[in-house]
Design a protein. Sequence first.
Length: 158
Amino acid sequence: MTDAQALYTLLKEIFLILDDGDRQLFGQFDLSPSRYYALVNLGESPGMSLSELSELMLCDKSNATRIVRGLEADGLAIRRPHETDGRAIRLYLTETGDQLRRRAIAAHEEYNQGRLQSVTDGSSDTILNDLNQLKRSLRDRDLRIRQRWRSMPAVKAG
C-alpha cells in the first residue's frame, strides 16, 4: 500500500468513526448529521438562500430542499420571500429551531472534547496545520478536476 493510499484509508476510517458517533449523538435530538449542519449554517447566516445552503453543505439543491422541507415540517425553519427579488427565498430558523441548534451544538462540542482529548496536547497544532493544508489542497485540486469534467462530453453507460 502506498503512503497516499494508507493516508486515505486512515482518514476514511476516522471519518466513519466520527460520523457514526455524530449520528448517534444527533439522533438524541431527532437530527441527522445533514439536519444538524443545516441548523448550524442557518443559525450562523440567517436569511441565506437554498443555493447558498447547498453549497455550504456540499450537496445539490434538491437534497438541500429536502432537508429544509423536513426542518419546516418539524417547525424548526421557515422560508420567507426575498425583500427585493420576488423569485428568491430566504431561509431562517424558528425560535424552536434556534433553541435546538444551541443545545445540539453544546452537546456536540462537549462530545468532541472527550473524543479528541488524546490529541489536544502539544501535538494538536501540528495536526491542525497538516489537516488544514490537506483540506486546502483537496479543495483546490477537486475544483480544478470538476471544472475539467464539466468541459468534457458526458460518457454514456452501455
